[in-house]
Design a protein around this ligand. Structure first.
Ligand SMILES: [Zn+2]
Length: 385
């Protein structure tokens, strides 16, 4: 393939900077979607469209219409940059510092988005037609539950052979990640005036004993051989009252579990064992809004593509060929939109140039060297898969 790689990289960096300079918090992605759509048009994609929920899509047609599409998926939104003065450069600047592009979204997910788009542009510039359709899918609201990805998959009207998530994987191939289960554990007491605590049953004491016990018992949770150990974090603590001089009637804590080897029932048993003789009420529904904890023995996981899956082996070989070194296998620590595609039996892999440690942090960056390598990996993958 004859291609001016230097120009491709320069254009990709410039696009990343423009993406970072266009803030796109959840529900505020419209301007960014327009920017991406205009770029895809300019790059001569065969088809560009924005759907009802605000996802932006672009297609390059392949030579064999009987083959399912290869979809490159990233999201459009990002998390809040927080206090701007903590950043060494303005968070929406996309400043290049040495080998890094710095700014909110550089790593998660605008740098990887630019690599996906420009690897597709590379094919068009080189006059190479892929075998199958390559579709870019930039979805909204990933950071707040994935309504964009759900909308995309629910309304899919073309066959998909493989989805490549651009979430930060450090140019490794991510086989999957654990799933999320959240649970309110509530302790009921009896409320009284705070001046007469002997008339109350204060639930804060039970809650405190529970959290203390959890801090050691969590070691007993099981592990998945490739997706890693189950973890639990107590996050929000709430009581029923906002008055400082009333003992609460109840106190509750939200537990955030990440697992690929436990079920809702096994997690409930685990919590009940720790609570032992403390009477508790279990509620779930991702902690907001509460509903009764469902009964299920099904293992909870995000997505998982085993190393033996032929599509994974083929992508791994092509990506390795493009990068000029073997592509390592890996997993994500965090959750991704991939979990929404599992019920639809889509095959999913993760492959993105940025590092997971850079997601959601101050001075978030992406390495230009890694973007370069990733462009090469993507170009071989999408032209030959
Ligand atoms: Zn992300």
């Amino acid at each position: 393939m004859t291609l001016d790689w230097d120009t491709l990289l320069e254009d990709c960096i410039d696009f990343t900077q423009r993406l970072i300079q266009t803030p796109s918090m959840p529900f505020e992605e419209a301007q960014l979607a327009e920017l991406v759509a205009a770029e895809l048009q300019k790059l001569n994609f065969d088809q560009v469209w924005i759907d009802e929920i605000g996802n932006v899509n672009g297609r390059i047609r392949g030579t064999d219409p009987s083959l399912g599409a290869l979809v490159l998926n990233t999201h459009l939104d990002h998390v809040d940059p927080g206090e701007p003065s903590l950043w060494s450069v303005p968070p929406y600047s996309g400043t290049v510092v040495g080998d890094r592009i710095v700014g909110r979204g550089a790593c998660d997910i605008k740098g990887p988005l630019a690599v996906q788009v420009y690897s597709m542009a590379a094919l068009l510039r080189a006059g190479v037609r892929p075998r199958r359709d390559i579709v870019f899918s930039g979805v909204v609201q990933e950071e707040i539950g994935g309504a964009g990805a759900k909308h995309w998959v629910e309304n899919l009207d073309y066959p998909v052979d493989l989805v490549v998530l651009g979430e930060p994987s450090d140019n490794k191939i991510a086989l999957g990640h654990r799933g999320i289960a959240q649970m309110w554990v509530q302790f009921n007491g009896r409320s009284a005036h705070a001046s007469v605590p002997e008339k109350a049953v204060n639930p804060n004491y039970a809650l405190a004993r529970f959290i203390q016990a959890l801090s050691t018992a969590k070691e007993r949770l099981s592990a998945h051989e490739l997706l890693g150990p189950t973890t639990v974090s107590p996050t929000i603590i709430e009581v029923d009252t906002t008055s400082t001089n009333v003992t609460p009637a109840w106190a509750r804590v939200c537990l955030d579990f990440r697992t690929a080897s436990e079920s809702l029932n096994s997690l409930r048993d685990f919590v009940q064992q720790i609570a032992a003789d403390l009477p508790i009420l279990l509620e779930d529904a991702m902690c907001t809004p509460p509903k009764l904890f469902p009964d299920s023995d099904e293992l909870i996981y995000g997505y998982y593509t085993p190393p033996t899956e032929p599509k994974l082996q083929r992508s791994k070989a092509l990506i390795g060929q493009g990068m000029g070194r073997e592509a390592e296998l890996s997993r994500y620590q965090f959750a991704t939109d991939g979990r929404h595609f599992v019920p639809y039996n889509l095959t999913i892999i993760g492959y993105g140039p940025s590092e997971e440690s850079q997601a959601h942090v101050v001075d978030e960056y992406i390495s230009i060297t890694k973007m370069t390598e990733s462009l090469r990996g993507h170009v071989v993958l999408i032209s030959e898969y």
